[in-house]
Design a protein around this ligand. Structure first.
Ligand code: SAM
Length: 475
């Protein structure tokens, strides 16, 4: 308030306090104000903060989201979970006339009165035109403390920018996404149905998990196109934030996030692979990640596949395969088995030897030839590509493993010999949750040889395995 004496009266009305001599927030970005607010909330009541899902968007991610608004025509934007205003602040910052935007084209909603008033005050103090007290008052009058999900009529708006709360919840009547039992699904459903377009940040699990099929259907049926950016959580993670008040040993916010952009002007669907980057290349990642968008492909269970540009042909060939691992396995113990570790990170393999590890699937086959065919596929890059496209979370779900396509190829004896030799020589042991876990990590040369057999026609899988995709490779 000390920095905007021209707006002092209107800002006092919003905040309900007389300005002090000190401006304690001076020099803080909106993201930093959000972090302070998160920390305070956790101190006051950890459980309440968790159930309200108050984890705020970092400045660079909010800026990236705001920049996506370039694809939207003019209109009124609603931020239905505004918090202290992270997203709307950046949205205002990318407008040609931020003062007019704040005065006429922005509506804020939050259940948290303090956060809402803070958002109105900071956004108008930073962006209202000189002496435009009316901008502060009209933003304040349009903004509402309310439950976005309640059936009360929403304020008029065209578009939505949103970071909804992420929290498990009950099935709710009236929501197609009720089977997901997740708050963010209810928010996205209502956003999709009430707006002409939106920009959201949510968990990336909605692109693939079966329980979010209803949400994918809602989004698909209301928009003709969109861009979906999926982000990994290592080496760097989108939210970056510290989980104040968390009881876990890890205090980092490890949500794998997705940014969804659905604008009326977009008439095709595009999805990125799961984007990996390092903290040193974070800025570059935001500048270049649009280069990773590829035409959307669907998986066998309606998943929105996350594949790299250039991989469409490989994907289409795989999907056209007549057989999957499920077609080769049998429902009884036999002499022909393969062990597959179910917590992949940078590779997937399958071994004839029994692996001593916490989480694995033992697959049985009816004869040696089927086991060898499965071994060829499951030790190539196919299962890893398939899993990254259709899940890419912490575990390899049985649904994804079983649906892995098995191309029709010969299994030359020299390759099988090399495989069995490799599983003897390349055993790796990792400690996880206090337990030693065995796995087999084949040499890249052997995997390449398997790829040449199973994914014919040439392939460049550098992006699939890259721990940082930036700078993007030049083909
Ligand atoms: C994940 S935070 C996002 C805050 C901010 N927009 C950002 O991106 O940093 C979610 C916000 O939603 C608010 N919220 C939770 N449930 C809500 C509801 N039912 N209706 C409106 N706001 C809600 C919380 O108070 C919190 O400020």
């Amino acid at each position: 308030m000390t920095s905007r004496p021209d707006l002092a009266d209107a800002l006092n009305e919003v905040l309900g306090v007389e300005p002090g001599a000190e401006d304690y927030l001076a020099g803080l970005t909106i993201g930093e104000v959000g972090v302070c607010y998160e920390a305070l909330l956790a101190l006051i009541d950890r459980e309440d903060r968790k159930s309200a899902g108050q984890y705020f968007t970092p400045d660079d991610a909010a800026r990236f989201m705001a920049e996506q608004s370039a694809d939207f025509d003019e209109g009124v934007w609603l931020d239905p979970c505004c918090g202290v205003g992270n997203l709307s602040w950046h949205l205002a910052s990318v407008q040609g006339a931020p003062g007019a935007f704040v005065r006429d084209c922005l509506v804020l909603i939050d259940t948290d009165e303090i956060a809402l008033r803070t958002a109105v005050a900071i956004i108008s103090a930073d962006w209202a035109d000189i002496g435009d007290q009316e901008a502060v008052r009209s933003l304040s009058a349009r903004s509402k403390r309310r439950d976005f999900l309640s059936s009360t009529k929403l304020p008029a708006h065209d578009y939505v920018i949103v970071n909804p709360p992420y929290a498990r919840t009950d099935m709710r009547d009236g929501f197609e996404t009720a089977p997901a039992r997740d708050l963010f699904a209810y928010f996205l459903e209502k956003v999709a149905k009430s707006s002409k377009g939106f920009i959201s940040v949510t968990p990336a699990s909605y692109l693939a998990a079966p329980k979010f099929q209803s949400l994918r259907n809602v989004v698909d049926s209301h928009f003709n196109g969109g861009r979906l950016y999926a982000f990994d959580n290592v080496p760097d993670t989108l939210f970056r934030g510290y989980k104040f008040g968390s009881n876990n040993t890890s205090k980092t916010n490890f949500v794998r996030a997705a940014i969804t952009v659905c604008a009326p002007t977009l008439t095709a669907w595009q999805v990125t692979p799961i984007i990996r980057w390092t903290s040193a290349t974070r800025g570059l990642m935001f500048r270049e990640c649009s280069g990773l968008l590829a035409p959307r492909r669907k998986g066998p269970h309606g998943e929105w596949a996350k594949i790299s540009p250039g991989m469409e042909r490989i994907w289409d060939d795989l999907v056209a395969s007549d057989e999957t691992i499920a077609d080769l396995v049998v429902n009884r113990e036999t002499s022909w088995s393969l062990d597959v570790g179910l917590t992949p990170r940078y590779y997937i393999s399958a071994t004839r030897r029994s692996l001593d590890r916490g989480s694995k699937a033992t697959l049985y086959f009816g004869n040696e030839a089927d086991r060898d065919r499965a071994a060829l596929t499951l030790n190539s890059s196919i299962p890893y590509l398939w899993w990254r496209a259709l899940d890419g979370g912490v575990t390899l779900p049985r649904r994804v493993l079983m649906s892995t396509p098995v191309p029709v190829v010969r299994s030359p004896q020299w390759v099988l010999d090399a495989l069995w030799e490799s599983e003897r020589d390349n055993l790796v042991v990792k400690i996880n949750a206090g337990r030693e876990n065995e796995n087999v990590k084949h040499s890249p040369m052997l995997v390449e040889a398997l790829n040449n057999l199973t994914i014919p026609g040439g392939h460049d899988l550098r992006l699939l395995y890259a721990s940082s995709m930036f700078p993007l490779p030049i083909y």
